[in-house]
Write a protein that binds this ligand. Structure first.
Ligand SMILES: C[S@@+](CC[C@H](N)C(=O)[O-])C[C@H]1O[C@@H](n2cnc3c(N)ncnc32)[C@H](O)[C@@H]1O
Length: 328
């Protein structure tokens, strides 16, 4: 009799501990999932002079000011929402060639060689360049806003470094919010174009220092000179070349560049922003890298995707991944 009772209580006890163990495992998994970084989706809803009209079948139909263009878009694997006659209203289409980044513009109407568009207090000159680009990445406007918010919230002079800065949109945004900006790009043409955008936006000449240099080499030199920045912005391409033919390859150069950037972050640094286009990496890669280099600085890291939203269907088209570190 006694042994039956003992066995029953053992079985009961055993299933109680098994149940408790299972609950603890579930709680641990739930807790760990809460700690996973969230992939944020960012759009730029404040545009007036730009819109993604429709997308689909490997292309996107966009309006830059009064000019409508069609550009290839590998991510648009769905069907277009608008009928063909809407797409036929476009002024030009970029026809890609089999080589990477190759192709040409086909014109359906005569358009000006260049024209201007505005985003809030900034003005940009646009033109159809030999690549499929027009001079700005409109999906980045949300990052221009964020950088301005950071600069305005700090309420003290900030030195900002913008690497791989292209035609300068984010440099202009930072200067317009009151920062002293160092803008760097390997291309003379891009730097010249960015300077024109500064003039068109009526920003003081001394608000931006323009440099034509190799991104990695410059940061390493700044580190030796102990020249520090309160904010660093970088948009490294998958592949590029410095002015003296220095080869930039994202997966080879990025870890070294991040360590170099770490060494020029000022003790009172406030933010860092990385954007990456056309690479395989997820935004988690950028998060991990930022988390590693800002470990002793406190603050928080976030990551996600910058997207365009088409007017025709409200669909989100992911254009690039980003990672951000901010002090508070
Ligand atoms: C993706 S674009 C940057 C876009 C820009 N951040 C924007 O949103 O308008 C990349 C730029 O990196 C520049 N670049 C490529 N290799 C470079 C290098 N080794 N050093 C500096 N700039 C480089 C190119 O000239 C190009 O303008």
């Amino acid at each position: 009799m006694k042994s039956v009772k003992l066995r029953k209580s053992l079985v009961r006890g055993f299933s109680f501990w098994r149940l408790l163990e299972k609950i603890l495992i579930i709680l641990r998994v739930m807790f760990e999932k809460l700690r996973y970084p969230k992939v944020e989706i960012m759009t730029s809803p404040d545009w007036v002079d730009y819109e993604l009209i429709d997308s689909g079948e490997g292309r996107k139909l966009e309006r830059f000011g009064d000019i409508r263009v069609i550009r290839p878009e590998a991510e648009a694997v769905w069907r277009c929402m608008l009928p063909a006659n809407e797409w036929e209203k476009s002024d030009a289409e970029f026809i890609p060639s089999p080589e990477e980044n190759g192709g040409h513009w086909k014109f359906f109407r005569k358009i000006p060689e260049s024209w201007n568009i505005r985003y809030k207090d900034l003005t940009f000159r646009l033109m159809l360049s030999n690549s499929k680009q027009l001079g700005i990445f409109p999906e980045q406007a949300c990052q221009w806003d964020w950088v301005q918010e950071r600069i305005r919230s700090v309420k003290k002079p900030m030195r900002i470094l913008n690497l791989f800065g292209y035609t300068g949109a984010i440099s202009l945004a930072a200067a317009s919010a009151g920062a002293k900006v160092t803008h760097l790009d390997a291309s003379k043409k891009a730097v010249q174009w960015a300077k024109e955008n500064q003039m068109l936006s009526s920003l003081p000449e001394d608000s931006i220092r323009w440099l034509m240099d190799d991104g990695l080499k410059f940061v390493q030199r700044e580190s030796r000179r102990e020249s520090f920045y309160q904010g660093i912005i970088l948009d490294p391409p998958k592949f590029g070349r410095g002015p003296k033919g220095e080869v930039w390859e994202f997966y080879k150069g990025f870890p070294e560049l991040m360590q170099a950037c770490k060494s020029i972050l000022a003790a009172d640094a406030d933010f860092m922003l990385i954007t990456a286009y056309a690479i395989k990496a997820s935004s988690l890669t950028l998060n991990n890298s930022l988390t590693e280099i800002t470990r002793n600085l406190g603050g928080s890291v976030s990551n996600g995707e910058v997207c365009l939203q088409d007017r025709s269907g409200g669909r989100l088209l992911s254009m690039a991944v980003y990672g951000r570190w901010q002090k508070n």
